[in-house]
Ligand binder design. Structure first.
Ligand code: GDG
Length: 485
C-alpha cells in the first residue's frame, strides 16, 4: 500500500532544530521510516487561481511534498476558521469563537485545493491519512473528485461535548462531511464518545461498535492515543546533559531545585493558572523561596490572532509581577523564555528538572508530559504534575494529577512533588515508563494504518449494508461561494 499523509504543517526539523508543534514533532520519526509521502503547506503562498503545485524533497525512505496554499484564502482558513472557530470550540472555549462566512468559505476552498493537489499522488493502491482539524472536509472533497481509496482521519485535539461543537458555525455540515472518511481516530475514549454522541443525536444514525452507517457508507471511529519515540527521547536526554545549554542551566542552579514547563503560548495550556499556583506556593511556603524555581519555555504561537496576542501580554505581565514580588538580587523565581529549543536540548532540560509541570485546561494528548517522563534519569527520576484534562492523564495515572482550575490544589501538589522521596518517585516513574513503552509513536502509526487497510476488507465484505441505510440528508450542501474552481 502507498500511504499519503496530509497535514497543514510538515516537519523538516532535525533533533537540533526547534519544532514547536505536537503534530509535526510526533509524525516526523514515523513518516521518515514509513516510505510515505507527507503532503503539507510549504509556508509560502501562491497568488490567483493557480492549480496546486508541490515541491518535492526526500524524507527518509519517503518524501515531503510542499504546497503553496492560495494567498487569497490562507488567512480565512488558518487564522480564521481553523484557529478562531474550530480550535477554541474543540478546547471547550466557545466564547472565543470568531469566524465570518468568508472564513468558512476559505476553509472549504483550501480543503478543496488540497484535494486537487492530492490527486497527483494517487496510485492504484494508495491510501490517504488526513491529520487534524484543518482538514475536516478533505475526505468529502476527495470523494467528490472520484477517489474511492481508503481515507483515514486523525484528530490530534479534543472533541468536545455536543453543544460546544454545535456552537461552531456550519458544524453540522462539517461533521456530515467527516462521514466520507473510512476511519476516524481520536486521542481518548471521551473524545470518541462525544463524537459518536453528536452523530447519533444530530443525524439519528445507527452506530454499532464504533461503526457509523450513513448514506456515505461505513465510517469506523476509534481511539488511537498518540505516543512518542520513548527510547530516542531517553537517549537524547542521557546524551545532552553535556550540551552547553544544559550544562549552563545546571551550573546556574547551585543546588536549587527546578520545575520545568514547555508549552506553545496557547490559552488551552493553562499557563496563567500554573504561574498563579507557583505564586501561591511561594507565598505559603517561604522555605521554597530561593530553593525551588520554575523554568517556563513558552514558544509564541498564532500571534496575529487577538486571543493569542492578549495571552502573550497577560502571561508576560504576570511573570514580571511574580518575579518582582518574590525575586531577590541574586534569585529569579521564574525564568521565562519565549523561544524554541530542539528536541535533543529539550530532553536534557527535562532531565535537569526535578518536577515537570503540564497543566493544560484541555489538551488532546500532550506530548511534553510523555517526553518529560521518557527523559528522566532512571536512578533519580523527577515527578510529573499533570492536569487531569490532558489526554495523557488517561495513561499516566501515576503522575500527580491536578485540576488546573484549583490554584490552591496545584500549589500544594507542586510542593509535594518537590519533596517526594526517591522510592516513591521511582515507583511512579517506572509505572509511567512501562505505559509509554506499550504505546509508542511507532505502534500508534502502525495500528492506524493497519485499521485503515482493514476498512477496505470490510467494505468489500459487506456491500449490502449500504442500500438499507437511511438517507439522512437530502443534499450535499456546499457553502455558498465556497468553490472557485
Ligand atoms: C497537538 C495537540 C497533542 C520542541 N521544542 C519545543 C517544543 N517542542 C515540541 C515538544 C513536543 C511538541 O513540540 C509540543 O507538543 P504537545 O503535544 O505538547 O502540544 P501541541 O503542539 O498543542 O500538539 C496535543 C499533539 O498535537 C500530538 O497529537 O498531544 O494535545 O494540542 O513534542 O517536544 N515545544 C515548545 N517549545 C519548544 O522549544 N513549546
Amino acid at each position: 500500500m502507498n500511504l499519503v499523509v496530509v497535514s497543514n504543517r510538515v516537519a523538516r526539523g532535525k533533533a537540533n532544530e526547534p519544532m514547536t508543534g505536537g503534530l509535526a514533532a510526533a509524525l516526523l520519526p514515523v513518516v521518515e521510516n514509513s516510505g510515505a509521502i507527507w503532503v503539507g503547506s510549504s509556508g509560502s503562498l501562491c497568488e490567483g487561481n493557480r492549480e496546486p503545485f508541490a515541491e518535492m524533497e526526500s524524507l527518509g525512505s519517503g518524501a515531503l511534498a510542499l504546497l503553496d496554499l492560495p494567498a487569497a484564502h490562507y488567512g480565512g482558513y488558518y487564522e480564521g476558521f481553523a484557529n478562531s472557530a474550530l480550535w477554541p470550540a474543540m478546547h471547550s472555549r466557545p466564547d472565543l469563537i470568531r469566524a465570518t462566512r468568508d472564513d468558512y468559505a476559505s476553509y472549504r476552498e483550501v480543503n478543496a485545493f488540497m484535494a486537487r493537489a492530492l490527486l497527483r499522488f494517487r496510485k492504484p493502491d494508495t491510501a490517504f491519512w488526513v491529520q487534524d482539524y484543518h482538514f475536516l472536509a478533505l475526505g468529502e472533497e476527495l470523494r467528490a473528485l472520484g477517489v474511492a481509496a481508503p481515507i483515514g482521519f486523525f484528530l490530534h485535539i479534543p472533541w468536545p461535548a455536543r453543544h460546544v461543537i454545535g456552537a461552531v458555525p456550519h458544524a453540522r455540515e462539517l461533521i456530515e462531511a467527516m462521514l466520507a472518511y473510512d476511519l476516524i481516530g481520536f486521542q481518548t475514549a471521551e473524545d470518541l464518545e462525544n463524537f459518536l454522541g453528536y452523530v447519533q443525536h444530530e443525524f439519528d444514525l445507527p452506530v454499532h461498535d464504533g461503526v457509523i452507517l450513513s448514506r456515505r457508507g461505513r465510517t469506523r471511529a476509534a481511539v488511537f492515543p498518540i505516543g512518542i519515540d520513548v527510547e530516542l527521547f531517553a537517549q537524547h536526554a542521557a546524551k545532552s546533559v553535556s550540551h552547553p545549554e544544559v550544562s549552563r542551566l545546571r551550573r546556574s542552579l547551585n543546588g536549587e531545585r527546578l520545575a520545568i514547563g514547555v508549552d506553545r503560548l496557547d490559552y488551552s495550556k493553562g499557563l496563567i493558572n500554573r504561574i498563579r499556583a507557583f505564586d501561591r506556593m511561594w507565598s505559603e511556603r517561604p522555605s521554597l523561596l530561593r530553593t525551588a524555581s520554575l523554568l517556563q519555555i513558552a514558544t509564541p504561537s498564532r500571534g496575529t490572532i487577538e486571543a493569542y496576542g492578549n495571552l502573550q501580554s497577560e502571561v508576560a505581565k504576570l511573570v514580571s509581577d511574580v518575579n518582582g514580588r518574590h525575586g531577590e538580587i541574586d534569585w529569579t523565581p521564574i525564568r521565562y523564555l519565549n523561544k524554541g529549543y530542539g528536541q535533543a536540548v529539550l530532553a536534557g532540560l527535562y532531565r535537569t528538572a526535578q518536577v515537570g509541570v503540564v497543566t493544560p485546561l484541555q489538551d488532546g494528548m500532550n506530548l511534553v508530559a510523555k517526553e518529560y517522563v521518557a527523559a528522566q534519569n532512571p536512578a533519580d527520576p523527577g515527578v510529573l504534575v499533570l492536569s487531569k484534562f490532558a489526554g495523557a492523564a488517561n495513561e499516566l495515572d501515576t503522575a500527580l494529577l491536578v485540576n488546573p482550575n484549583d490554584i490552591d490544589g496545584m500549589a500544594r501538589t507542586i510542593a509535594t512533588a518537590f519533596a517526594m522521596p526517591l522510592a516513591e518517585r521511582r515507583m511512579r516513574w517506572e509505572a509511567m515508563m512501562a505505559t509509554l513503552r506499550r504505546g509508542t509513536i511507532q505502534q500508534w502509526f502502525a495500528n492506524f494504518v493497519e485499521e485503515l487497510q482493514d476498512t477496505q476488507i470490510d467494505k468489500s465484505a459487506m456491500p449490502s449494508l449500504m442500500p438499507d441505510t437511511p438517507a439522512l440528508w437530502s443534499r450535499h450542501s456546499a457553502p455558498a461561494g465556497a468553490r472557485m474552481h
